[in-house]
Design a binder for this molecule. Structure first.
Ligand code: PRX
Length: 669
């Protein structure tokens, strides 16, 4: 049962809601002349000028943006208080606001019946539209329910749901009452979910009875039950009904929609400080356990809103179709917060690119009249293989911009996206960013709709973003190097939950004074950036980020395994696949077939299916340096079949280990 009703009381209460509006006189003329909002009518559309201004007058730029785009309860005193050397990042210090008011109430005042969400359910043609008024009402009821059930400002609520209006309402209800949310991708296993619930110290979880994807039912509540059984701190699980199938309810379970019906449609928004936590989101690093990156209120929302508007050239009335799952940062920033802060209409895609057939995306584009489509290269590569006829079948004339995210887009996929999907008339925006950055940092046309686009390049830094390419000596003149960002921006993560030291060590210490992204990049003579890939042991499988160390950790727990090394290899659909080298214990009594099955089961149970190795090569030993470090570089070269590129092997403990690896690889592939 999905909520749908209207209320006069709600509207009346909104009319009296006090709104702090931009004080126009607070804009200096200079700022007004160059900030992008002003660019159109003053004729300043040159990216370089705007970009320069945003860096040289960083405070003025962001002050104007924050005043113009956000609705404040009380304004901030200081634009920023940041020191990247110490991992200190604070924006709009002293300001008070509520993110849900910015995403809902202020639009309900001006356009209550505008569609906020289009829920594109698994079955084509069964979409559900939710207006701003309805979404506010849903959010308020849920906010009241959470409050009545003891969720307080500063608590953290874990959300394990597929993309759907109640998932968005859950995120916004947390924001309304000042609780942080921790959305866990609903493809993660119960072990992975439990780890995230425990680390976030959540005592409340929100889920659905079942998910529906690609025509199949997925028993999400069962996964939650298994996870929560190992989380003694969880006192309640809210269960929404996505399907009619009843599920067993435990004493800690709450029937969410039933309870929501008893709640008021007005929910007093909590007064939040700019730097209070809005959400945490777990992502993989090169070592250790997944880290809960923390994003805060004002800076994150402003950055999501501004990038959504300018990177995609979003205009009022457009339908924005980001097909990412809400469990990833792309879903947070470009299905939920960016579009809703802008009063936009945003699609929540529940299905897969090939259900019921490979025309799904384009049939949806035609039916929903999508104007901006934002997806991942892995899906584009998959669809390309099915042929152009699936695209040609549908009218794509509504499309204006096509976006790409999450991994490099290869030339073939770029050309196909541009020529076949976009009929050569839609710009492709290849957007580079990360969970850590909160929003897009490099993209082809962040201001000028006519700017030149070079295929396969993210190209231009967004306003306030200053990329530098560094080598170990912190030399910044080079045309390629470690991609770092030289000054703070409002959307960046503030810390790692419970581990600020890890935040500093990962992002601030490698290149003191800079934010280190973990990626490498090239810069062309024109100053355009091209991302070359990760510099650490993080890999990207079908756009999903995973640390090879996490997989090794699971593999090494198998009783037959002595040690392992996991690497990424080039995969023509997934971007990267997982390749595991495994050394067995001497006493191990297991066939290779049994081992493969066991390891696949373990990885999908402990992490998720996408992290399972495609290849498992049993090796007598691994190539190591004399100090005992596994030479991953050598393993990568063997898998890439680049035996001439093995490089300097003089530090190897025993060079014959390499020959064994080469031989084993030949036999396996
Ligand atoms: O390596 C980069 C790659 O994805 C990483 C970030 O992953 P995640 O935090 O899961 O966020 C994905 C969605 C923003 C980056 O460090 N990446 C992201 N976008 C691109 C990219 N690599 C190349 N080109 C891109 N456009």
């Amino acid at each position: 049962m999905w909520l749908r009703c209207t209320s006069r009381r709600l509207l009346t209460s909104l009319r009296v809601l006090k709104q702090k509006r931009l004080n126009a006189s607070s804009w200096s003329n200079t700022v007004a002349a160059v900030v992008p909002e002003a660019a159109g009518f003053l004729g300043v559309t040159d990216h370089a000028t705007l970009q320069d201004f945003s860096l040289t007058h960083n405070d003025s730029f962001w002050r104007a943006m924050a005043n113009n785009r956000l609705t404040w309860i009380s304004t901030f005193s200081t634009v920023q208080d940041c020191d990247l050397r110490r991992g200190k990042v604070k924006w709009f210090v002293g300001g008070k606001l509520n993110v849900s008011v910015n995403c809902l109430d202020r639009h309900v005042l001006t356009c209550p019946d505008r569609v906020a969400l289009i829920w594109e359910k698994d079955e084509p043609g069964s979409q559900v539209k939710v207006t701003y008024r309805e979404l506010l009402e849903m959010t308020c009821r849920l906010g009241n329910l959470l409050r009545r059930r003891g969720v307080k400002k500063g608590d953290c609520v874990t959300i394990y749901m597929p993309p759907c209006p109640l998932a968005v309402a859950s995120m916004l209800a947390c924001a309304r009452i000042g609780a942080a949310h921790n959305v866990v991708f609903a493809g993660f296993s119960s072990d992975a979910l439990a780890e995230r619930i425990r680390d976030a110290n959540s005592s409340t979880v929100i889920t659905v009875n079942q998910g529906v994807r690609g025509g199949k039912m997925v028993n999400l509540k069962k996964t939650v039950d298994a996870a929560v059984d190992t989380c003694p701190n969880v006192r309640q699980v809210f269960v929404a009904m996505r399907t009619e199938t009843p599920v067993a309810m435990n004493s800690r379970d709450v029937a969410m929609e039933e309870e929501m019906m008893h709640e008021d449609v007005i929910c007093e928004p909590a007064v939040m400080d700019s730097e209070d936590v809005l959400f945490m989101l777990y992502t993989s690093g090169s070592t250790g356990k997944p880290k809960g990156l923390v994003h805060t209120q004002a800076g994150y929302l402003l950055y999501a809103s501004l990038t959504h508007k300018y990177v995609f050239d979003y205009h009022d009335g457009d339908v924005f179709g980001c097909v990412a799952d809400i469990g990833w940062i792309t879903g947070h920033s470009y299905c939920v917060y960016g579009p809703l802060a802008n009063g936009g209409t945003t699609v929540l895609f529940e299905s897969t690119p090939i259900y019921p057939n490979p025309g799904r995306y384009w049939e949806m584009v035609e039916r929903l009249q999508i104007n901006q489509f934002y997806g991942a290269p892995t899906a584009i590569r998959l669809l390309l293989k099915y042929g152009d006829q699936w695209v040609h079948k549908y009218d794509r004339s509504s499309l204006k911009t096509l976006g790409s995210v999450g991994e490099p887009i290869n030339t073939e996929a770029w050309e196909w996206y541009h020529k076949v999907v976009g009929e050569g008339r839609c710009p492709i925006v290849d957007t580079w960013w990360q969970t850590e950055t909160g929003g897009i940092c490099i993209a082809p046309r962040p201001s000028d709709p006519d700017a030149e686009i070079v295929p396969g390049m993210a190209m231009r830094p967004f306003f306030g973003i200053q990329p530098v390419l560094l080598d170990n000596e912190l030399t910044s003149k080079s045309a390629s190097g470690a991609l770092c960002l030289a000054q703070s921006w409002p959307g960046m993560a503030r810390t790692i939950h419970n581990n600020h030291q890890r935040f500093i060590e990962t992002y601030c210490l490698p290149f003191p004074g800079y934010f280190f992204t973990g990626d490498g990049a090239n810069r062309s003579e024109e100053g355009y950036y091209q991302i070359t890939g990760r510099l650490d042991d993080v890999i990207n499988v079908s756009g999903h980020r995973i640390g090879t160390a996490e997989i090794e950790d699971v593999v090494n727990h198998c009783s037959a395994v002595a040690e392992s090394a996991v690497i990424g290899y080039a995969h023509d659909i997934k971007g990267q696949g997982v390749y595991a080298f495994v050394v067995l214990k001497k006493e191990a009594d297991i066939t290779e077939e049994e081992l493969r099955q066991q390891l696949k089961d373990r990885v999908s149970k402990s992490i998720a299916k996408y992290a399972c190795p495609d290849f498992i090569q049993v090796a007598p030993r691994l190539p190591k340096t004399r100090s005992g470090k596994i030479m991953r570089r050598v393993l990568r070269k063997v898998v890439e079949k680049d035996l001439n590129g093995l490089g300097d092997l003089s530090t190897l403990d025993d060079p014959s280990a390499v020959q064994e690896i080469i031989q084993g690889h030949k036999e396996l592939c």
